[in-house]
Design a protein around this ligand. Structure first.
Ligand SMILES: C[S@@+](CC[C@H](N)C(=O)[O-])C[C@H]1O[C@@H](n2cnc3c(N)ncnc32)[C@H](O)[C@@H]1O
Length: 360
């Protein structure tokens, strides 16, 4: 997984913001985020990059005493505020535990060892990670089969000055605390979730994240945004040297102007929200007469190992995606083809009709 540079930058960035994080649009957005999820009493939820716990405690109310919510964040100041809320809530929030950890290295947190959750939430954070696919794959290992991951990603025109700043930093090869260039549409979020092996249930656009909807800035206002984002809010001191700041100023203007249409730069206050499910697999014994090959699908590692050790010489183990709704393909000449989704369907078909349909 990723090295620790991302978390070190995030700490610098959010430590400075933590005291004033609550009490603005984040509160309402986390309420809306929750409203799209079907959280039930008794569920166990992992809230990653939980920050001050805005979503964590809403989730805790939903799962109730018989459920649990684990919040994880790396920034001490953010987590300290979440800790105060837990303390003030007393018994009511006995179902919440908070851990200071890097969500890209969850294996370093003993409290999470061997744990699997019904739901994982990642609100307003996916675009902070340099390799979102690897991050989602990592998080998915903490989901139960069939469990849900809910995550949002920024509309490319949301917080437009941040988008320009990212372009400037990349051109100058400087660190930037987010990575949002990949997030272009509902489809890019869908593709990201699928590439990480999840089955997407829905992806949709949530408008008016911070309440302004759409607005237009004059092309010559670039300087105001430059001063605000590159000078005033440069908590990481990335642009502190005069030389870098001068270069950044020219590039900022250039990138800002590229976004203008008819002298106006449009800002769109929206995010894409994706809800995806971890696939449920089982392993079945299938006669080698069917000449099936073994596909190493992203199944549970221990199940794969068990199936390999139990499979006799006349059988092979096949991972079957039980959540697939695709019909088996009967048009294939042989089930023994090399790869692809049709193979999985064929295997599922064979498996389901196998008399003992024995999970290994
Ligand atoms: C925009 S805040 C979102 C907080 C919360 N999810 C919410 O919706 O209010 C982003 C959070 O991600 C956290 N964060 C960033 N990188 C992290 C990492 N590698 N591990 C854990 N937390 C991280 C920051 O500390 C910050 O609290």
């Amino acid at each position: 997984m990723a090295n620790k540079r991302q978390s070190a930058n995030a700490i610098k960035f959010y430590e400075a913001k933590s005291a004033e994080y609550d009490g603005n649009w984040h509160d309402e957005f986390t309420r809306r985020f929750l409203s799209y999820l079907d959280i039930r009493g008794g569920q166990n939820v992992l809230d990653l990059a939980c920050g001050t716990g805005l979503l964590t405690f809403l989730l805790a109310d939903k799962v109730g005493k018989s459920g649990s919510v684990v919040g994880v964040d790396v920034t001490p100041g953010m987590l300290a505020i979440a800790g105060q809320k837990k303390m003030l809530g007393g018994d009511k929030y006995g179902n919440v535990s908070l851990h200071r950890a890097d969500v890209l290295h969850l294996d370093e947190t003993d409290a999470l060892n061997g744990k699997a959750f019904d739901v994982i939430t990642v609100a307003s954070a996916l675009v902070l990670f340099p390799d979102p696919k690897a991050a989602i794959e990592h998080w998915s290992t903490y989901l139960k089969p069939g469990g849900i991951l809910a995550v949002d990603a920024t509309h490319p025109r949301n917080l437009i000055s941040g988008m320009v700043l990212e372009r400037v930093a990349r051109r100058l090869d400087l660190p930037v605390p987010y990575n949002r260039a990949w997030s272009q549409s509902e489809s890019t979020l869908q593709a990201m979730l699928e590439s990480a092996g999840l089955k997407v249930e829905s992806v949709f656009t949530v408008d008016s994240q911070a309440g302004y909807g759409r607005r237009f800035h004059d092309i010559d206002k670039w300087d105001d945004f430059f001063v605000e984002t590159v000078i005033v809010k440069d908590v990481m001191r990335t642009f502190a040297s005069n030389d870098i700041r001068r270069k950044a100023q020219g590039i900022y203007k250039e990138e800002w102007e590229k976004l203008a249409i008819d002298g106006k730069v449009e800002e769109v206050d929206a995010v894409f929200l994706g809800i995806a499910r971890k696939r449920e697999y089982t392993a079945c014994a299938i006669s080698t007469k069917a000449r099936l090959t073994i596909w190493q699908l992203p199944m549970e590692q221990d199940m794969y190992q068990r199936s390999m050790s139990t499979a006799s010489s006349s059988r092979v183990a096949v991972a079957v995606d039980l959540s697939s709704t695709r019909r088996p393909s009967h048009r294939q000449k042989s089930p023994c083809v090399t790869a692809g989704r049709a193979n999985i369907c064929q295997a599922q078909h064979t498996c389901l009709s196998y008399p003992s349909r024995r999970a290994l």
